[in-house]
Design a protein around this ligand. Structure first.
Ligand code: SOE
Length: 387
C-alpha cells in the first residue's frame, strides 16, 4: 500500500457526500499507518460524477464501478449507491480482493445479504457495514456503562426512529419508496439503525411481532432525484408506493428482556429522531440523536436524595474519538460519525484486524427485518433464528 490506502467510492449523493467528507477528515484529524488516497469516485451520471469529483476532492471519476473495482491501485471499495446495487458491487469488489465498506441495509433481502457475507469471507477481505450511529461517542459510552455492569440485567429497550420528510402526499416516488430499489421502507431504512444499536447494546433479538402501514399509496413519478428528495414534472403520472411508511414491532431478547420499536416517516416535527432508552436492574440510559453529544444516565447506586437522570456531555477527551477533535464541550455532529466508522474500517484494512460492525452484523439485521416482515404477514410472533 506504499504509504497510501487507496479508496474507490461508488455513489455521489447524500451518502457519497458524507463518506467523501469523512475520508478527507481522517487525514486531517486521525493518525493511520498510511494516508487515505481518495482515488476514484464512481456514479452513473457523467456530469454529476465529474462535478462531485471536483467538489469532494477525488483524484479521478468514472461511470464504471466495474472498471474501478478491477484496478490494481484500489485497496478498498466504499459502496454508497442505492441498496439494489450493493450485492453486485460488493461481490465483485470482494472477488477482486478489495476490502469492502457497504452502506446499510446490506442488501434488499436476507438471502442476498448472506451471499454478500459469504463472498467477503471467502475472499478473506475486511468488511464493514455503515451503521454510523454506533460511532457517536455518547452511544459508545452507553455500551461502556452496560459492559461495566452499571445498568445491570436489561429488562427493556425502547427505541424509535422518526422522520417527517415524505408526509406531503405530493412528495415524489424517490428510490427509498420503491421496494425493488430499497428493499423495504421505514423498517429497512430507519429500523435497521435501531435494530443494530439494540444488538450493540448487548440485546440479541429472539422473536418479534410487528405491524406496518403505508399511509400514502401513490405518489408522482420522480423525474430527477436529488439527494433524499427529488422533482416530479407538473401533472406527472402517479406510481404505487410498495414499501412501509411506518412499522412498529415488539421483541423478546435472548436474555428474556422486552423491546418496543417504532420506525416512521410520518411523525410530524421529528426530523431525524433516533432515540433509545434502556432500563436495567441497576439503572437506565437514554439517548436522542438530535442531542447526540448527550447521554442520560440513571443509577440506583446514587444517593437516595439526589437520585435522578443525570445529563452527561460526552465531549471530554476521555470519551472515544473526542481527543482527536476539539477541546471539551466543542460538540460533534452527524458527519463525525462517518469519520469515525471509516477511520476504524481503514485501520482494520491497514492492520489486518477484523472490522466491526461487519457484514455478519448486516446479515443479522436483515434477519430481524425479515422476521418482522413475516410476522406482519402472518400476524404472529416469528423466531428470528428460524430464518
Ligand atoms: C433517510 O431516511 C436517511 O438518510 C437514512 O437513509 C439514513 O440511514 C439515516 O441515517 C438518515 O435518514
Amino acid at each position: 500500500m506504499d504509504g497510501c490506502v487507496n479508496v474507490g467510492l461508488v455513489g455521489y449523493k447524500f451518502m457519497g457526500k458524507a463518506h467523501s467528507n469523512a475520508l478527507k477528515r481522517i487525514n486531517m484529524f486521525f493518525d493511520l499507518p498510511a494516508k487515505v488516497g481518495m482515488k476514484v469516485i464512481c456514479g452513473r451520471d457523467e456530469r454529476w460524477v465529474r462535478e462531485s469529483q471536483v467538489k469532494f476532492g477525488w483524484d479521478e471519476c468514472s461511470t464504471s464501478w466495474r472498471e474501478m473495482v478491477a484496478r490494481r491501485d484500489i485497496d478498498a471499495v466504499d459502496i454508497t449507491a442505492p441498496s439494489d446495487g450493493h450485492k453486485e458491487i460488493a461481490i465483485a469488489a470482494a472477488g477482486e480482493g478489495k476490502h469492502v465498506f457497504c452502506e446499510k441495509p446490506l442488501a434488499l433481502n436476507l438471502a442476498d445479504a448472506r451471499e454478500i457475507l459469504e463472498a467477503a469471507v471467502k475472499a478473506k477481505v475486511r468488511h464493514q457495514i455503515g451503521f454510523n450511529y454506533r460511532f457517536a461517542p455518547a452511544v459508545i459510552l452507553a455500551r461502556k456503562l452496560i459492559d461495566e455492569g452499571r445498568i445491570g440485567t436489561i429488562y427493556h429497550v425502547r427505541a424509535r426512529y422518526l422522520q417527517d420528510w415524505i408526509m406531503d402526499p405530493e412528495f415524489p416516488l424517490v428510490w427509498r419508496l420503491q421496494k425493488s430499489v430499497a428493499g423495504s421502507g421505514s423498517l429497512g431504512d430507519l429500523g435497521a439503525h435501531f435494530i443494530d444499536i439494540t444488538r450493540y447494546l448487548t440485546c440479541e433479538f429472539k422473536r418479534v411481532i410487528g405491524h406496518s402501514k403505508t399511509f400514502v399509496g401513490e405518489r408522482p413519478i420522480v423525474d430527477n432525484m436529488i439527494g433524499l428528495s427529488g422533482k416530479a414534472a407538473a401533472n406527472a403520472p402517479k406510481g404505487k408506493v410498495d414499501v412501509d411508511d411506518a412499522t412498529v414491532f415488539l421483541a423478546e431478547f435472548g436474555n428474556g428482556g422486552l423491546g418496543v420499536f417504532e420506525a416512521s416517516r410520518f411523525a410530524a416535527g421529528h426530523k431525524n429522531d433516533m432515540s433509545f432508552e434502556v432500563n436495567g436492574s441497576k439503572g437506565s440510559i437514554r439517548f436522542e440523536f438530535e442531542r447526540m453529544n448527550e447521554l442520560q444516565y440513571f443509577s440506583f447506586e446514587d444517593d437516595e436524595h439526589t437520585q435522578g437522570y443525570k445529563l452527561i456531555q460526552a465531549t471530554e477527551p476521555a470519551h472515544p474519538y473526542m481527543g482527536n477533535w476539539w477541546p471539551a464541550g466543542h460538540v460533534l455532529g452527524y458527519e463525525n460519525t462517518f469519520v469515525h466508522e471509516l477511520y476504524e474500517f481503514l485501520n482494520c484494512v491497514l492492520t489486518g484486524k477484523g472490522a466491526s460492525p461487519d457484514f455478519a452484523d448486516g446479515v443479522r439485521c436483515s434477519q430481524v427485518i425479515e422476521a418482522v416482515d413475516l410476522s406482519i404477514g402472518r400476524k404472529a410472533w416469528v423466531d428470528v433464528d428460524s430464518l
